[in-house]
Design a protein around this ligand. Sequence first.
Ligand SMILES: *Cc1c(COP(=O)(O)O)cnc(C)c1O
Length: 532
Amino acid sequence: MKYFSTRGGSQELTFEETVLTGLAPNGGLYIPTSIPQLPSNWKMEWKDYSFVDLSVAVLSLYISREELSEAELRDLVTRSYAGFRHPDVTPLTKLNERKYVLELWHGPTWAFKDVALQFLGNLFEFFLKRRNEKIKTSGSATEKLTVVGATSGDTGSAAIYGLRGKIDISIFILHPKGRVSPIQEAQMTTVTDANVHNLAVKGTFDDCQDIVKTLFGDTAFNTKHRLGAVNSINWARILAQTVYYFSAYFHLRRSLGLSDNDEVDLQFVVPTGNFGDILAGYYVRKMGLPMTGKLGVATNANDILTRFWRTGRYEKVDSTPIAEAAPSMEPAIGSSDGRQATDSSGVKETLSPAMDILVSSNFERLLWYLAYENVPEGDKDRRGTTGEVVSGWMQKMKSDGRVEVPTAVLEAARRDFCAERVSDEETLDTIRSHYEGSPSYVVDPHTAVGLHAASIMAKHNAPSVTQIVLATAHPAKFSEAVSKALQPIPQFSFEKDVMPEEFKGLLQKERRVVNVEKADPELVKKVIEERV
Ligand SMILES: *Cc1c(COP(=O)(O)O)cnc(C)c1O
């Protein structure tokens, strides 16, 4: 299996090159040359597989054996999930006959990004080690990787836990000082491994992101330190996330007691920001896992994706005249002019901050597949033509902040997906109703967005459809929203009902952080030079 860029060009990369490169030089994202189909006996063969067995089976379809032997892959996957607190890694919990949640937060930082970043960290280390063994025999200097990233909380902690203690890798994570939640700050800064460096930058998240972009664009600095990225566009992250769709499917079959010949009507609903988590579901659907229900995109007030599925326009700012807007698009409650607070870039601040985005970086991958379907089969260079189309769309997005796709492309998108937007008010109501429900279940605000969207989508589903909502974080990570929703209930106690034992000592633990007094790339470069 090889990989190529969504923006065209004839270059094809191995899996290893794809993982180590991240973003393609032409600005595109890497996708596989084809989506592998499930082997004919998969359902019987895989049905009792453990999470590790499933990972090996699924990932093997995307990674050629010459690059990673089965034993090597199994070792990487085993080590990646050994630290998860649940034996099923991503267990399925039943809420009612037709609704389940897939708990993706049993990893070290209590959020779904751990599933991919634990694997990515091991993969980086494995590839570097192998390259360095070859280099050593030739007597040249060995390769080192310097991972640099900006975070508003979630990605940073999961990346740090994925890369701590890894040989020949350093990680520098910039966060805006005092602007990440106390738990997230503690999760990041209490990791005291020598290769982990937290930089608290005086400024905003955007300032941090701009600094990181400047460093990646600085060819001399980038080449000298071999900068690596861990953001959600890395193909290995998408790939690792495909596995839990399979594990959920088999858990559900067992839970329903289905016989081998019976099939389940299934819909996955995914709290979505950068479109990485749900994109994995799209690959799984195209591989052949039966999903009668459409993949459900659940967004908060940062609803660029929900608007796309409604209008076919992918645009940063909503250009729909108010009178034409659908009823469920009413302005957010709670501010006099009907608008929610936005930061300098136009991102709305919501109670589900890990989905506060303006554009969705992984959406380009889906656009490629949709565009491809729309290029005539007879085109002699169908892939090349598709790359040109996508490249044109992304250029338009960059220059105009908006692009409209042809009707046939929108129709293709609607065949596989549906989308709903959920307000903060609805998020709080959903947290409350699940706490008061039977079984009483405390959800984090991101999962609540998914659950609310799922209940809207259920109205359009056949009655036989069972929904699985992906639970992306543990509620203790997002205490602001959870407390706001549940504090008014007299018997509720955050300590008792939500807080895991493991969190209790975290705020008191020793911390290591470098303060950067000004949002200046030169200051950050100096810190990296001194410490790498
Ligand atoms: C990152 C994140 C999301 C969004 O996932 P995408 O892959 O960016 O769509 C949702 N919930 C939580 C808790 C997250 O950390």
